[in-house]
Design a binder for this molecule. Structure first.
Ligand code: TYD
Ligand code: MG
Length: 457
């Protein structure tokens, strides 16, 4: 039974219900409805006189709009993901697992922007000022004129930002902010939504760029940043694998730029450093390439990235063979194994199969299909691919190798890194490298089996 004034908000999609249910009726997620104490449903709009009498002024698509000005923060990889710098008056949400390095990144962004003359503030609701200052010193940023504050009261923050002019403000984190207009606990859907809403409004009104940190929690106990995604102008995910130093900033939504852009960083003792050439980070160019390894010429965002895909095919000790993937989709592995079996007669039914993307990168491009298949075949035949060969191409269920986007850029990057040949889809004119064409998966597998790398098509 719903108590008076109690509503139930979904921590996954943010939909508000008047009754509790095990499954959210809006998004279908289970066990995500949590009670929110509030006197009125958040976001309920009351029509005012002004909204009833105002007229709409229509404009045409052909009228000129000036490109938004940008603040170049000096952290090049950050600016790249923003679309060329932060747009004044925009609200940006940076999500990521606890400990991935969000505070480190944003302190660096604020400090570098401040060094370039922007008026920057860093407001932490999680750490004391001494902690933030200590970290800045370790990172060599102590001289940057960033204004620090430790505060969780939304009212105090809004008043402070109205009293003094700022260009860029970091709020770390949105889950710790708390508005006294709402009874709900900090971190609840109501509070997170209220804080993000108020801060976004302030950003628009005053032309301040506000960057908010949001923790993503798997348990759903704390409202995830997903409930505020629609309010803000841009949502970036900061990702990294445990045990690997690299971090990737990925655009998930961006009203002022492309969303497929990534920024690559390396976490070190003195904070994050920018990685201008990601391939060098993910690829071991020295030493022999063993059987079961294939170098995939991929595209991440707008940049080509080379990465090694490793496969191990071993006799299975148990009745049900094992399939394990790291950094790749297990459904896609199953599909490739099925195509190899059905179209090329290469069976894995009694074999354990392990597939690993080296360096801890996660690949979601279908263009990696052929490289994965090549790695699997190479391991199954125990024949190593040539050391200086890159592979790319999408595989269809019928066993065709399909062309993929930006094949030229992939080959050029490979050539730049010293690769001397490539294996890929047949439809490619004037390849930048000696190029082995495979219109069907069978052709590619045959080449690997026979170590036949001459340039027949
Ligand atoms: P942090 O920015 O606090 O993460 P988040 O705000 O996303 O929770 O970063 C925490 C991790 O980063 C911590 O495990 C230590 C590591 N780190 C470094 O390796 N080098 C550094 O210079 C800094 C500041 C942090
Ligand atoms: Mg933090």
């Amino acid at each position: 039974m719903a108590r008076d004034g109690a509503v139930y908000a979904c921590t996954s999609c943010g939909a508000v219900q008047t009754r509790w249910a095990g499954q959210c009726p809006a998004c279908g997620a289970w066990n995500t409805l949590v009670e929110e104490l509030t006197s009125r449903p958040p976001g309920a709009l009351k029509p005012t006189k002004a909204t009833r009498t105002r007229h709409l002024a229509f404009e045409g698509l052909d009228e000129t709009t000036e490109a938004p000005p940008r603040i170049a923060t000096g952290v090049g990889e950050w600016d790249r993901v923003c679309g060329g710098g932060v747009v004044p008056g925009s609200a940006i949400l940076v999500g990521g697992d606890p400990g991935v390095g969000k505070s480190t990144l944003l302190l660096q962004v604020a400090a570098e922007a401040a060094r370039r003359g922007q008026r920057c503030a860093y407001i932490s609701g999680e750490e004391a000022i001494e902690q933030v200052r200590g970290r800045a010193q370790r990172m060599g940023l102590a001289d940057a004129p960033v204004k620090l504050a430790a505060e969780t009261s939304l009212r105090a923050i809004l008043d402070g930002l109205k009293a003094e002019p700022f260009d860029l403000v970091v709020i770390d984190s949105i889950q710790t902010m708390w508005s006294d207009n709402h009874e709900a606990a900090p971190g609840s859907v109501t509070q997170v939504r209220a804080a993000a809403g108020e801060l976004t409004r302030l950003a628009k009104k005053r032309g301040i760029s506000i960057i908010m940190v949001g923790h993503v929690t798997k348990e759903g106990a704390i409202a995830g940043p997903r409930v505020v995604e629609h309010m803000v102008d841009a949502v970036f995910a900061f990702e990294g694998e445990r045990g690997y130093p690299f971090r990737i900033l990925r655009g998930a939504k961006n009203r002022f730029g492309a969303t497929d852009e990534i920024g690559v960083f390396e976490m070190g003792d003195a904070g994050l450093s920018e990685v201008k050439n990601p391939s060098a980070l993910f690829l071991n160019t020295s030493g022999e390439r063993a059987a079961g390894a294939a170098v995939f010429a991929g595209i991440e965002g707008s940049r080509p990235v080379l990465v090694e895909i490793q496969a191990l095919v071993a006799p299975s000790a148990y009745g049900t063979p094992r399939r394990a993937v790291v950094g790749w989709d297990s459904g896609r592995l199953a599909m490739i194994l099925a195509v190899l079996e059905a179209r090329c007669g290469l069976g894995f039914g009694d074999k354990d199969v392990y597939l690993n993307v080296a360096g801890g990168l996660r690949i979601s491009e279908p263009a990696a299909d052929l490289a994965a298949a090549a790695a699997l075949a190479s391991s199954a035949f125990d024949v190593a691919l040539p050391q200086d060969c890159v592979v790319f191409g999408e595989i269809s269920l019928s066993g065709e190798v399909r062309p993929v986007s930006r094949m030229d850029s992939r080959l050029k990057e490979a050539a730049k890194l010293g690769f001397r040949r490539a294996l890929g889809p047949a439809d490619l004119e004037n390849p930048a490298l000696p190029y082995a064409r495979a219109s069907r998966l069978g052709d590619a597998i045959q080449r690997i089996h026979d170590a036949g790398w001459d340039e027949r098509s």
